[in-house]
Write a protein that binds this ligand. Structure first.
Ligand SMILES: *[C@@H]1O[C@H](CO)[C@@H](O)[C@H](O)[C@H]1NC(C)=O
Ligand SMILES: *[C@@H]1O[C@H](CO)[C@@H](O)[C@H](O)[C@H]1NC(C)=O
Ligand SMILES: *[C@@H]1O[C@H](CO)[C@@H](O)[C@H](O)[C@H]1NC(C)=O
Ligand SMILES: *[C@@H]1O[C@H](CO)[C@@H](O)[C@H](O)[C@H]1NC(C)=O
Ligand SMILES: *[C@@H]1O[C@H](CO)[C@@H](O)[C@H](O)[C@H]1NC(C)=O
Ligand SMILES: *[C@@H]1O[C@H](CO)[C@@H](O)[C@H](O)[C@H]1NC(C)=O
Length: 345
């Protein structure tokens, strides 16, 4: 495929066409011809108990984490944001380059906050970009209560990805978490105190599997359902506020293929440190024995791990041919094989 398209560009276009193409490519103008995707994001409080303690979290369209924003290179993205919180809101799209468009970036200084009960329509183009990103609130420490969700920018069909097409995709949003909401945490910070050790780590808004007696009973955890022999593109985002996390899947290699919107040289890791705000894609082949489930773990890094034991997120990787039946989760699998963990139930 790559050879064919290369040959096309080196031999066929006339120089006039080539310079027109150059002009179009370099001018950075957003063309109406590029497709549009649009979303309505209703941002509001819901009550959830990710670590077993009921608390107010910030949901988008009733979901925590928020829904996937799915686009393709050069698409124009329109997001109508309705602020149903009781305080001002801005959503920011970290890593989206916002060329000639910084006033759409959703940070204070270039954007006026959206007052409570108001709406604002963001419009931007994901010009020449590919990869994995996430959106999150940028004001009032709201990200500590949620409001975040994944962004995927797919490659255009004519641009091949530098690895075989994966059989499916799974998104993990990992992050440190407190049982207090952002307003309570803000009060602590404003009084000059430190927040101290988080109460845990969430994976897609869910608490840890009871991997040890120290984990309270009745916490809802995440199960990722996979088929044996298949290779998945696993996108991992650290959406927390301050804790670096070590991510790993028991007995499975993580083949790094993308960091923050750039393809990388491909390297296998058994575990990988992911700092706050970072996004990575790994290819993971389900090449293990389905006689057991496997732990998916995100644990605190660069801290005294003896003291920080509870700051550990644990989900379950479950093979479809496994005899083990711990399918407590409702899950949805769409046509693309993307497993949608963003459904509340
Ligand atoms: C994302 O968008 C692409 C291109 O429009 C589409 O083919 C794909 O099915 C979408 N994926 C999801 C998970 O919605
Ligand atoms: C969105 O906000 C504008 C004011 O900025 C208002 O005129 C409009 O009615 C609002 N639309 C909805 C659907 O709330
Ligand atoms: C498991 O729980 C026990 C009892 O609460 C605790 O002493 C131990 O350190 C925990 N181990 C891990 C690995 O979390
Ligand atoms: C990575 O590990 C997998 C086994 O999980 C192996 O099949 C593959 O060849 C390795 N790739 C590289 C680039 O090391
Ligand atoms: C899977 O594990 C079981 C039990 O340990 C073992 O009997 C079986 O040979 C293993 N199969 C493979 C393919 O490794
Ligand atoms: C980690 O904390 C434990 C318990 O407070 C302490 O005994 C240990 O010395 C600490 N380790 C380091 C490396 O500071």
């Amino acid at each position: 495929m790559a050879t064919v398209s290369l040959r096309f560009f080196s031999s066929s276009p006339s120089s006039a066409l080539a310079s027109l193409l150059c002009f179009l490519l370099l001018s950075g103008v957003s063309f109406a011809a590029d497709p549009f995707v649009s979303y309505d994001f209703k941002v509001s409080y819901i009550t959830a108990s990710p670590l077993g303690v009921p608390q107010q979290v910030i949901a988008v369209n009733g979901q925590f984490p928020g829904p996937l924003l799915n686009a393709t290179t050069n698409y124009n993205v329109v997001v109508r944001v309705f602020n149903n919180l009781d305080e001002s809101l801005l959503l920011t799209w970290s890593g989206i380059q916002m060329r000639r468009n910084s006033w759409q970036d959703g940070v204070l200084g270039t954007n006026c906050p959206i007052p409570p009960r108001w709406n604002f329509t963001y419009q931007f183009q994901v010009k020449d970009q590919i990869g994995s990103f996430f959106y999150s609130p940028s004001l009032n420490f709201q990200r500590a209560s949620g409001g975040f969700g994944p962004i995927v920018v797919n490659n255009r069909n004519i641009i091949p990805i530098p690895f075989p097409q994966p059989d499916g995709e799974i998104i993990f949003m990992i992050g440190d978490w407190y049982n207090q909401d952002h307003k309570a945490l803000r009060k602590i910070l404003d009084s000059g105190k430190e927040l101290g050790m988080p109460d845990g780590v969430l994976i897609n808004g869910k608490g840890p599997y009871k991997y040890n007696s120290s984990v309270p009973d009745g916490i809802e955890y995440l199960t990722a359902h996979v088929d044996p022999g298949k290779t998945y593109r696993i996108r991992v985002h650290n959406v927390g506020i301050s804790t670096s996390l070590n991510f790993r899947i028991q007995n499975h290699n993580l083949l790094l293929v993308e960091t923050d919107g750039h393809y990388t040289s491909q390297t296998n890791f058994t575990d990988f440190d992911i700092h706050v705000g970072q996004s990575y894609s790994f290819l993971v082949t389900m090449d293990q024995n389905a006689t057991s489930d496997y732990y998916i773990v995100a644990s605190a890094r660069f801290v005294n791990e003896t003291v920080w034991q509870r700051v550990t997120g644990v989900a379950i990787l479950h093979y479809s041919n496994s005899k083990i039946n711990n399918l407590l989760e409702v899950y949805m699998k769409n046509k693309m094989g993307v497993i949608d963990f963003f459904q509340l139930h």
